[in-house]
Design a protein around this ligand. Structure first.
Ligand SMILES: Nc1ncnc2c1ncn2[C@@H]1O[C@H](COP(=O)(O)OP(=O)(O)OP(=O)(O)O)[C@@H](O)[C@H]1O
Ligand SMILES: [Mg+2]
Length: 400
């Protein structure tokens, strides 16, 4: 009901038949009910405060954000409630700026860490500011999607630019290696007094060639399309295999590795070798994050099977990843290690995504890191693979 219509009704109320008033009120009630339901249903937190910053209204999402129930909210000053301080500061600023519309994006604790977009704008009544409307929308998923797309795009554009160059490096490297062998044979036949020293120098060159070869091969792997050899596997077996491979290194570093694999087999269509490689890369990173940082180093690999998903969770109690670096770890050549090439996780990302999985990291500096790899269940995975053209033949199906 608009203002002038309201005034007209009130002015003439004595002359309006009761039935007509009833109809207008019913109509008004159902309209209000309709809008209230919409505001209550939206996932955006919606909070209205008056000019003294006392709360007038909060929808269920708003109440959740403030950690309150409807009954206890009206009239309470918003700043007397204990919620995220950065969010409070923005609201305070919005109230001070009074007539301006404030828009911000920030990371808050709600209680888990979320990225939110907050808007605060005044609402007017009879030409005066009678309060403020706050809307707070959780945009964590959208931001993460953007980040994932950014990784994908950055990997793809790098691929086109540099794969050709990397390929060209392989040939001279091969030639260098061959010629070192020829030099070795040549000098062995000569009577050279400093032969051992010369051999040591050649060994250094050989090692550096190996290192370069590894970088070039890793790089080409991470940027070129791969053709996984998909078979039905119980990934528990592959995890055990990767753990066994890493065992010696972990023992040397005094790190305990716990496997908490669920009792039922976790069957997926994967390329065994690629998946094993991904697991090894993650374990090696975890070991590096612990080595020299703490004595009671621990890595745990667990699996979870839910209706539609199979998850592998690798956690360590190492030094963790700083907030600043969290978005960069999958980028090619990002490394905080002196000897790292920064391709380990780029490869992991590629392997997991090529097999319709997803990988999420959660890390806290000085506490540790959790890598969560999720695959759709076998039946869903087969459908996805078929849709993407990776159809499995009946023959192959039987073989597995
Ligand atoms: N479990 C972890 N704990 C702490 N930091 C990690 C962990 N895993 C990865 N990182 C960080 O991510 C960076 C990138 O890892 P990535 O495996 O891609 O490269 P790298 O280990 O540095 O080199 P390499 O190519 O030899 O694997 C690491 O340098 C490290 O800073
Ligand atoms: Mg690594």
């Amino acid at each position: 009901m608009n203002d002038s219509f309201e005034k007209k009704i009130l002015k003439n109320i004595g002359r309006i038949p009761t039935e007509q008033i009833r109809e207008v009120l019913l109509n008004e009630y159902s309209q209000r009910n309709f809008f209230e339901k919409i505001i209550e249903a939206i996932p955006t937190a919606f909070i209205v405060i008056d000019t003294k910053t006392n709360i007038e209204y909060a929808n269920p999402s708003g109440l959740r954000l403030l950690g309150r129930t409807q009954k206890k909210i009206k009239g309470i000053n918003i700043f007397s409630i204990d919620f995220d301080s950065a969010l409070k500061a923005i609201i305070q600023n919005a109230v001070c700026e009074s007539e301006k519309i404030i828009n911000h994006e920030l990371t808050i604790q709600t209680p888990s860490v979320s990225i939110v977009s907050i808007s605060c704008f005044p609402f007017l009544h009879s030409g005066h500011i009678s309060g403020y409307i706050l809307t707070i929308q959780n945009i964590t998923d959208a931001v993460n999607d953007k980040l994932r797309k950014y990784h994908k795009d950055s990997i793809e554009s790098l691929a086109y630019l540099t794969a050709g160059v990397a390929h060209e490096i392989k040939n001279p490297l091969g030639a260098l290696d061959l010629h070192i062998q020829l030099v070795r044979r040549f000098i062995e036949k000569k009577d050279i007094p400093d032969l051992p020293e010369l051999n040591d120098l050649l060994t250094v060159i050989e090692e550096e060639i190996r290192r370069l070869e590894r970088i070039v091969n890793d790089f080409l792997f991470s940027v070129r399309p791969i053709k996984p050899n998909l078979r039905r596997e119980n990934i528990h077996e592959v995890i055990k295999d990767a753990a066994e491979f890493a065992e010696v290194e972990l023992q040397q570093k005094n790190i305990t590795l716990d496997l908490n694999l669920c009792a039922e087999p976790a069957e997926l269509r994967i390329d065994r070798d690629y998946f094993r490689q991904a697991m090894i890369n993650i374990i090696q990173n975890a070991a590096y994050a612990i080595d020299g940082y703490r004595e009671d180093g621990k890595i745990e690999i667990a699996t979870e099977i839910q209706n539609e998903k199979i998850a592998v969770i690798i956690s360590d109690n190492g030094r963790g990843i700083s907030k600043e670096n969290m978005g960069k770890v999958f980028e090619p050549f990002f490394s905080t290690k002196e000897i790292g090439t920064g391709l380990g996780l780029t490869i992991v990302y590629k392997i997991i995504h090529e097999q319709h999985g997803d990988i999420i990291i959660d890390s806290e500096e000085n506490k540790g890191t959790v890598f969560r790899i999720e695959f759709p269940s076998l039946s869903r995975q087969v459908k996805l693979l078929e849709n993407s053209g990776q159809k499995t033949t009946e023959k192959e199906e039987k073989r597995n």
